[in-house]
Design a protein around this ligand. Structure first.
Ligand SMILES: [Zn+2]
Length: 405
């Protein structure tokens, strides 16, 4: 099981926003009162209050004050847990001889929000189509419109309501159950004209994936067969029908081999990476690998490559719970942007080498993959990257300095 965090922005109406602020203030007060209680108990009775002690007190408070009784009990416990964690961290620092930093009282302005322990208890998420946008139901607030997109599907477990510079967010922890394992690198792919793919990853490795040799040789046979069909001008002839039949058989054999190849490449990419960035499929990307030089069936087979591979890779990435970033080619312009200095300069398709006045010099496809990777790393939140990293040392570029503005 893996946990993922998905953050949505909340769009409460006026009444809901008012209520959210009231709730924030109550949680902040509980936090400060619980902190004060711990301090007083220690000063007066030399007794350290535990989390369980404070939960008992909380129950009494909830009986005494109606406004507290209206709040979700679990969410109040989460607030008490925060105090507990702050003290645990404090004692750990004292023990290690570090600067202790005693837990502090918090002003409403500095109070970040509150949390819920289990889905369905005080909150429920209603994601929209394909996990995009949707609604959040909070008890005592109602249905709130949310905007955002989950990159992985799974079961919502816990959530935090966050208040940052006047805006409201909900950060939902999603438990995913990936049926495929993934790696810890980030990688970007670029469709080549001569090669199948060029990749660049966060360990600064560039690789080329060639079209498999056996497919190339079969494409030659295919060409011969096509010629033989077109030579047999008599449409009724038995030989022509035979040639057409073997042409069709070869065609489907190549298509199958190509599909196998796509599965293999995709499985390897998913196994080694935790983030995959690909160009959004467009007619331009589709024809890039087909090329206008290639005619007829060859072209048909080659031009289906990006869309089929894209689909296979995406579904494997979903199975592994990988971060999937689609690069809007028209905006990013990977082939026309220098990966190093970010200056854009138009290149003809025949220009295969990228050399820039800033000193950057590499293959055109490598440059594109590098630009795509930087874009993807800048696009994905640090929190998401850290979660990929927690699976075993995500090798990250210092993407802050390389981000595309
Ligand atoms: Zn440059």
């Amino acid at each position: 099981m893996k946990n993922r965090k998905v953050t949505y922005r909340l769009y409460p109406n006026l009444k809901q926003a008012e209520r959210l602020l009231e709730m924030l203030a109550l949680h902040q007060r509980i936090y400060n009162i619980a902190l004060e209680d711990r301090i007083r108990s220690y000063r007066e009775e030399k007794k350290s209050l535990s989390f369980a002690d404070q939960c008992k007190t909380l129950t009494l408070w909830r009986h005494a004050y109606k406004e507290l009784a209206d709040l979700n009990a679990q969410s109040l416990q989460v607030t008490l847990k925060r105090i507990d964690l702050a003290f645990q961290a404090f004692f750990r620092r004292v023990k290690n001889g570090e600067k202790p930093g005693f837990p502090r009282f918090k002003s409403l302005q500095r109070y970040s929000g509150w949390g819920y322990k289990s889905h369905g208890d005080g909150w429920r998420l209603f994601p929209g189509k394909q996990d995009k946008h949707g609604k959040l139901r909070l008890s005592n607030v109602g249905m709130i419109t949310i905007r955002g997109k989950g990159r992985t599907t799974g079961e919502p477990k816990t959530c935090e309501i966050l208040h940052k510079s006047g805006k409201w967010y909900v950060s939902v922890t999603i438990e995913c159950n990936p049926i495929r394992t993934c790696g810890t690198k980030a990688i970007a792919l670029d469709w080549g004209v001569e090669t199948f793919l060029t990749t660049h990853d966060s360990k600064e490795q560039t690789s080329r994936v060639d079209n498999p040799r056996h497919i190339k040789s079969e494409l030659k046979t295919l060409k011969l067969l096509q010629q033989s069909v077109s030579r047999k001008a008599n449409k009724q002839s038995h030989n022509r029908k035979k040639a057409i039949k073997s042409l069709a058989q070869l065609h489907s054999r190549i298509a199958n081999k190509r599909k196998d190849f796509h599965h293999q490449v995709a499985a390897k990419l998913v196994k080694e990476n935790g983030l995959i960035a690909v160009e959004t499929l467009s007619v331009q990307t589709m024809t890039k690998s087909g090329g206008s030089r290639k005619k007829g069936l060859n072209r048909e087979i080659l031009s289906t490559a990006p869309s089929q591979f894209h689909q296979i890779l995406k579904s494997k990435a979903e199975e592994a719970g990988i971060i999937w970033v689609e690069i809007p080619t028209q905006i990013v312009k990977p082939s026309q942007t220098c990966y190093k200095c970010k200056i854009q300069k138009k290149k003809a398709l025949s220009e295969r080498w990228h050399s820039c006045s800033c000193g950057a010099s590499c293959h055109r496809d490598e440059n594109s993959a590098r630009v795509d990777l930087d874009y993807a790393l800048a696009k994905v939140s640090g929190q998401e990257l850290a979660e990929v990293g927690s699976r075993g040392g995500f090798a990250m570029l210092n993407h802050e300095t390389q981000a595309i503005s």
